[in-house]
Design a protein around this ligand. Structure first.
Ligand code: SF4
Length: 363
């Protein structure tokens, strides 16, 4: 049976952060119970079609569901997709950790927790509209570890209003002192349709050059602290790379269940739109693109391992097209990419302008 990554979207949050573009609504017990009913139904309707070798609960804030609801979903997952997951992650917010029974979650298969720290600086957290503080994150990490779950990831944000090298260094040191296994360091993007977008002139954000410097500083510092970069925004202790997220970047197959969840199966992309209605009625939308050379190149070049010509041939059944090699050769002198007989990789500086490099390779 085909092995896939299983993504489960939980679209509930305890209020909306002003920069966030993910699909989520305010949580309530009634809405969450209803959603879990349909989620279990959708999971069971896929019974026996796939084996999930990674499972990821993303959101929203999946931790808000509480232990009991999460366990019912895990039971449906194991019944329908087998018990062979090599990594089962749940995203939580620090403030929802207190209410969760991690020992119980571990017993039912959760072995990785991803938490949104964003910053260890109180002022920066306030500006982001976050409700937690660094101390709560520290306590949550302790609580998770006591349950025996040791694979813990923290999110950091770069480019926050008022951020400086000093506050950034403190946030990085904070993560390292907690000795977590994985750190995602994202550059804040102001997305259309968010409150931040309408306020962008008044936000006093660091300029683009400063944010690029923050990025390089973060990557260097994390590597010095033992976190190896394996993707544009992701760093881990050896062996703790996110197996589930690697599937996205390596264009492997995954099934997304839940409102706004995307899937990639049999080289076809499809998704549930941003509504409860269509998810409850199992109405999926086909996504025209997917599984082609362009997408593959754009995805694998996000990874430190880069594009391997041999793997490209295994994936598509033919050699990596010469036209792309020629385009890549032209960029060699920029020191933004490295190209040799085995493949193409972006350098760290290259990661900062990955989109334009990829456009140039695909020209
Ligand atoms: S908690 Fe996370 S998903 Fe929810 S609004 Fe904030 S950033 Fe978005």
């Amino acid at each position: 049976m085909k092995k896939i990554g299983l993504y489960i979207h939980i679209p509930f949050c305890n209020g909306k952060c002003p920069y966030c573009d993910f699909y989520s609504v305010k949580n309530s017990s009634e809405k969450m119970d209803e959603y879990i009913f349909y989620l279990n139904q959708r999971l069971m309707s896929n019974h026996g079609k796939f084996i999930a070798d990674t499972v990821y609960f993303g959101g929203g804030t999946p931790g808000l569901l509480g232990t009991e609801r999460i366990v019912t979903v895990l039971k449906s997952v194991w019944k329908s997709f087998g018990k062979q997951s090599r990594e089962t992650t749940i995203e939580i917010n620090p403030e929802s950790a207190k209410k969760l029974d991690f020992e119980m979650l571990k017993y039912f298969g959760i072995d990785r927790v991803s938490m949104g720290l964003q910053s260890a600086d109180e002022n920066e957290l306030k500006k982001l509209g976050r409700k937690h503080n660094a101390e709560e994150v520290s306590k949550a990490v302790d609580q998770i570890r006591k349950s025996g779950i040791n694979n813990i990831s923290l999110d950091l944000m770069l480019g926050i209003s008022g951020q400086s090298f000093r506050t950034l260094e403190n946030s990085i040191n904070f993560c390292s002192a907690l000795d977590v296994t994985h750190i995602s360091a994202y550059i804040l993007k102001i997305e259309q349709g968010t409150p931040y977008y309408n306020m962008k002139e008044t936000l006093d954000l660091p300029d683009e050059d400063t944010v690029c410097d923050f990025y390089e500083y973060t990557a260097d510092k994390l590597e010095n602290l033992g976190y190896k970069q394996y993707e544009i925004s992701n760093f881990s202790k050896p062996g703790f790379e996110s197996r589930h997220n690697l599937k996205y970047w390596r264009c492997e197959e995954y099934l997304g269940i839940g409102s706004s969840a995307h899937s990639f199966i049999d080289k076809k992309r499809f998704f549930y739109d941003r509504s409860f209605e269509n998810f409850y009625h199992d109405i999926k939308t086909a996504d025209g693109c997917g599984g082609d050379e362009e997408e593959y190149i754009a995805m694998v070049l996000r990874l430190n391992e880069g594009l391997d010509f041999h793997k490209f041939k295994e994936y598509f059944g033919y050699d990596f097209p010469e036209k792309y090699v020629k385009n890549a050769e032209k960029l060699k002198s920029t020191k933004l990419i490295v190209i040799d007989g085995n493949g193409i990789k972006l350098t760290r500086k290259g990661f900062l302008c990955s989109n334009s490099i990829i456009v140039n390779i695909l020209k």
